[in-house]
Ligand binder design. Structure first.
Ligand SMILES: NC(=O)c1ccc[n+]([C@@H]2O[C@H](COP(=O)([O-])OP(=O)(O)OC[C@H]3O[C@@H](n4cnc5c(N)ncnc54)[C@H](O)[C@@H]3O)[C@@H](O)[C@H]2O)c1
Length: 471
């Protein structure tokens, strides 16, 4: 008799106590119920081509306007609706789209604001082809699911969702509706990340063994956004959530170097520990009066989280997160192979066989100005194509945000949709990368106990193609 997934999870956690003492595996299970008949496996899925893409935007705070500007600037696009809680945000982005349209495009934009649920009305009234979702984390899953149900492909900011149940619901809805649900992991389009992918594919560092990925970014200043904006909701997560709350920027690129969930290898287990939670309390005490709401919170999530992922092939990835401690920004972006190592922050590489006259072996880094020769030889063809600042597209991408990665991501989304190509990041990848949050939380609750990844692909990762070096 088959068990439903929900029952399985329930019985798994209840039966932990009765497992033999040699088994330490706790929490979620990699078992899954069969895919519903008629549902479509979405790895490598090709949707019908969309010549003129009609897009709606939910959430145009600090982030959403960035996507709107990049999208509206590309040919074959139309902004058809904008929704946010605040009228001033909606009006600002309406103006941006109208100016880009120069009275030829983006001429019929419907605006929705003022109520938590206006986006639902928007989906029904407008029936967009695609929806960009750039709201606070707790809204991502429901908005993505309803967008797909209304007939749209969903493009969702990071993380795609925050708990395992929502991740499965996103996958089941994508498979049922045959709509893409891509997480907007822009870092996969960074110049170094694209180049490292290219170098891994060329076999320059041999067989891949180990990766290091992080989001270490002091964001304490966001607490100044007390009543609206990023800090107003994100601060509550530092108090009440657990584990690595923002895993995907570092992990996305490393996962694609290793072809995780794409034919070669997959996520298997994770262990996680957090440091004490101190920094946010100290920051609140120093910067706000005693009776301020930030001083009434108990900051329960450790300042620095360290997780280790083990893959099916036995490779390891260290994933770290810290948005609180005083330290320069880093995503680590490190990949170790049997013939060399590529690393970020600062960008540097070391190859056993050396490189031209710059290094004779792996005992010293090629870095700083010497990296110029490496970029010349190994820059990703997509980056090379889009980095031509003498073209208006090149200029637009260079100015798009985060060193151009945001513009390249939106360019690829539009290109794939217009040509009916698979997305560069499928729904399963978004879910695996985001699953670090609930898995790390569960591991911490179990004193570092190993957590198995649910196999969101239901075994089909084995037939999904590695991401190509597109040009
Ligand atoms: N990839 C990146 O580089 C990057 C950078 C920054 C933020 N982000 C992500 O972008 C998302 C948004 O972050 P942000 O910093 O812009 O936050 P924000 O608070 O500035 O913006 C979120 C917006 O969503 C709107 N919103 C919330 N609930 C809504 C609802 N029910 N209906 C309509 N609108 C609603 C809010 O009014 C707000 O304007 C987050 O998921 C964050 O993690 C990603």
């Amino acid at each position: 008799m088959k068990k439903s997934r929900r029952n399985f999870i329930k019985t798994t956690s209840l039966s932990i106590a009765s497992l033999s003492s040699s088994s330490f595996l706790t929490g979620f299970s990699n078992q899954y119920s069969d895919r519903k008949s008629g549902n479509q496996y979405m790895g490598d899925f090709k949707a019908p081509k969309i010549k003129n893409i009609r897009a709606a935007f939910i959430g145009v705070g600090a982030r959403g306007g960035n996507h709107l500007k990049s999208f509206a600037s590309l040919e074959g696009t139309e902004v058809v609706a904008i929704s946010d809680l605040y009228q001033d945000n909606v009006n600002r982005e309406f103006k941006v789209a109208s100016e880009i349209g120069e009275e030829k495009r983006h001429q019929n934009i419907s605006l929705y604001w003022g109520d938590e649920n206006k986006w639902r009305i928007m989906l029904q009234e407008i029936k967009p082809d695609i929806v960009f979702i750039s709201t606070n984390w707790n809204n991502h899953a429901v908005m993505a699911i309803e967008s797909m149900k209304s007939g749209a492909h969903a493009f969702v900011e990071v993380p795609i969702a925050t708990n395992i149940k929502d991740l499965w619901n996103i996958i089941d809805t994508s498979e049922e509706t045959k709509k893409h649900c891509m997480m907007l992991e822009n870092v996969n389009y960074g110049r170094d990340e694209l180049m490292f992918l290219n170098m891994c594919r060329k076999g320059l560092i041999g067989e891949l063994l180990h990766g290091e990925a992080s989001y270490i970014h002091d964001l304490r200043f966001q607490m100044k956004e007390e009543n609206r904006g990023t800090g107003s909701w994100r601060t509550l997560h530092y108090a009440n959530s657990k584990g690595n709350l923002y895993p995907t920027h570092g992990l996305g690129p490393v996962s694609q170097y290793m072809n995780l969930a794409r034919g070669e290898d997959n996520f298997k287990t994770l262990v996680s520990f957090s440091s004490p939670a101190i920094g946010r309390r100290l920051y609140a005490e120093k910067n706000y009066p005693k009776e301020h709401k930030w001083n009434k919170l108990e900051y329960k999530n450790g300042d620095l989280n360290t997780s280790i992922i083990k893959t099916e092939l036995g490779r390891t990835i260290m994933v770290q997160w810290d948005e609180t401690s005083p330290r320069p920004y880093t995503r680590l972006n490190l990949i170790q192979g049997t013939k060399g190592i590529l690393a970020g922050f600062p960008t540097r590489i070391a190859l056993e066989e050396g490189f031209k006259n710059l290094s004779k072996d792996h005992h010293s880094w090629i870095e700083g100005k010497d990296m110029k020769a490496i970029y010349e030889e190994y820059d990703h063809p997509l980056y090379k194509k889009l980095n031509d600042k003498s073209t208006s597209l090149g200029k637009q991408i260079a100015e798009s945000g985060h060193g151009g990665m945001d513009g390249i991501m939106i360019y690829r989304i539009v290109e794939c949709l217009q040509n009916g190509l698979p997305m560069d990041q499928n729904v399963y990848e978004g879910c695996f990368w985001s699953a670090i949050t609930p898995l790390s939380a569960n591991s911490i609750k179990n004193d570092g106990g190993p957590q198995s990844f649910p196999d969101f692909t239901r075994g089909d990762w084995k037939k999904t193609k590695p991401l190509k070096i597109v040009s």
